[in-house]
Design a protein around this ligand. Structure first.
Ligand code: HEM
Length: 506
């Protein structure tokens, strides 16, 4: 028997459906014809809805920075890739967006997806990020890194010892994981004063790194679904692992960092027991370092740790791996670097080259710049929101509130600036210092990389120690390019580069 209520519901449902459809038609019509960005070209579906980007990244599983290359070939220098979003291909636009004068906000959907909203990396506004970076800058300044040289050398040598062990056991090493182990040990020591000795993991497969690696493609989905993100990151760990076994490693990583932070926040006296008396957490937990004399919440400290792990480990690891891979492909360039290193550091039994010495080695620096160019740091667009005044980017007027970006790959792979951009040519950096203006791997402006000095120190020391002390030989031939997918950082999904290493005569 049909009740009165059932009849009313039956009548309301079509009305509600009609209202939803009418609203969707209104939004789409507005976005396509009346939106302030209506005149900018781009795929029709991208102009209608942000879910086109979600479809491309999460369903088609395409690498967005590669999709952008095709879009610009079709639509020109400026492409509308969402109802409210523009991407610029002209490298000059990069400097219009990311420069010291601009204090534009980071875009919420992208930056909240990392679950580090209360960290130097995740704060959306310039002011909040500046407060935190003012505290951290002292730990990452050039002087601080020089002061921590012995710690950096210790971690680099631990990697060399692990390589020796592999060599004695006639085993090859996975360069992708080996370099990441070193960079992870480095940042954990800087943060908490205790390394996790990742370099000692069998075949360099430290569980924390394997977990971080597996989590990269998953972060893409977090951008488009808070629910999915919260199920994985905010549910009780056991439940999260049952609901999503593929992200169990990420949950383990979270738990490890949480334990470290809780240990320190529950008992700050423990800081005194740490071997290095000036870790990043000594600084972060010193109320005097803050303008408001208040130490951030444990949650914020956790998020800072996660930001430093992801920001500091994979980026340097990728650069070392990619640079070594290209050097192995081009023995003449490898030999040139080895000769420069041997001249600066003639005997392995004699005094070691210091960071200061390495800073003055032109070919080493050129190799690092070329490795940074080809690995590009972060390959996704670093999304920024145009302030209420509106701006001009690449000669084009852009209305307030628009989300804008120019991926670093559009600068680093620009054939006019870098002829034969796919080739590894360190020499190009020796020919003109003007080129430095186009090295944007660390980004530019107030939100540029906090860890740039540490990164350069790690890169110089690691290339120098490994290549001075070992002859590396590819275990088996590999393709001449390492394919990657845009997962914010580049995610190298092909077979890993494996090398056999032989210690060289002292
Ligand atoms: C080759 C090495 C590295 C590269 C290429 C690199 C690249 C970058 C880039 C492109 C950004 C800007 C991100 C954005 O705007 O969203 C950034 C920010 C950041 N990086 Fe690095 N990075 C490297 C190493 C490091 C290291 C070693 C650390 C420290 C442990 C670090 C910590 C950070 C932090 C905290 C930020 C956030 C800064 C902010 O938003 O104001 N990075 N990095």
């Amino acid at each position: 028997m049909q009740t009165h209520e059932n009849g009313a519901t039956a009548a309301l449902l079509p009305a509600a459906l009609a209202a939803v459809i009418a609203y969707a038609v209104y939004v789409v019509t507005y976005n396509v014809y009346f939106h302030p960005l209506a005149k900018f070209p781009g795929p029709l579906i991208a102009r209608m809805t942000i879910y086109w980007k979600a479809y491309v990244e999460c369903i088609e599983n395409l690498s967005f920075c590669h999709v952008l290359v095709e879009l610009h070939a079709r639509y020109g220098d400026v492409v509308r890739i969402g109802p409210n979003e523009l991407h610029f291909a002209n490298p000059k636009a990069y400097h219009d967006i990311y420069n010291n004068k601009n204090r534009w906000d980071k875009e919420a959907r992208l930056y909240k997806s990392f679950n580090e909203d209360r960290s130097s990396f995740g704060f959306l506004t310039y002011a909040e990020a500046k407060n935190r970076k003012d505290v951290l800058n002292r730990s990452f300044s050039q002087a601080a890194i020089e002061g921590a040289e012995s710690l950096c050398v210790e971690k680099t040598k631990a990697l060399c010892t692990a390589f020796e062990r592999q060599s004695k056991a006639s085993k090859s090493a996975d360069l992708y994981f080996a370099f990441r182990c070193m960079t992870m040990d480095m940042i954990m020591t800087f943060c908490f004063g205790k390394p996790i000795d990742a370099v000692d993991a069998p075949d360099f497969k430290a569980p924390i790194l394997v977990a971080m690696d597996a989590s990269l493609p998953i972060f893409i989905r977090f951008k488009y679904s808070d629910l999915y993100k919260n199920i994985i990151l905010k549910c009780p760990p056991k439940l999260s692992k049952i609901l999503s076994p593929s992200t169990a490693g990420l949950v383990d990583l979270q738990q490890l960092l949480l334990r470290q932070i809780n240990d320190l926040t529950n008992d700050p006296e423990k800081l005194k027991l740490l071997p290095h008396n000036m870790t990043i957490y000594h600084r972060l937990m010193d109320a005097e370092a803050y303008r408001n004399k208040t130490v951030p919440s444990a949650g914020s400290l956790y998020e800072e740790a996660q930001a430093l792990m992801f920001g500091g480990a994979d980026t340097v690891g990728n650069t070392l791996m990619l640079g070594t891979f290209h050097l192995l492909q081009q023995p003449d360039k490898l030999q040139k670097l080895k000769t420069e290193l041997s001249e600066a550091w003639p005997s392995l039994n004699g005094p070691e080259s210091k960071l200061r010495d390495l800073e003055n080695l032109p070919y080493l620096n050129a190799v690092i710049k070329e490795s940074l160019r080809l690995s590009s740091g972060v390959v996704s667009g670093l999304l920024r929101v145009v302030p209420p005044t509106g701006v001009t980017i690449g000669g084009v007027a852009v209305p307030p509130g628009t989300i804008v970006s120019c991926c670093s790959t559009f600068v680093h792979y620009n054939a006019t600036i870098f002829p034969e951009p796919d080739k590894f040519v360190p020499e190009r950096w020796l020919e003109s210092s003007d080129l430095d203006n186009w090295l944007v791997a660390f980004s530019r402006g107030p939100r540029m990389c906090l860890g740039i000095n540490l990164a350069w120190a790690e890169l110089r020391l690691c290339f120098a120690h490994v290549l001075r002390k070992f002859d590396l030989v590819l275990e088996e031939p590999v393709q001449d390019k390492l394919p990657f997918r845009d997962t914010f950082l580049p995610y190298f999904y092909g077979p890993h580069v494996r090398v056999n290493m032989r210690p060289v005569d002292a």
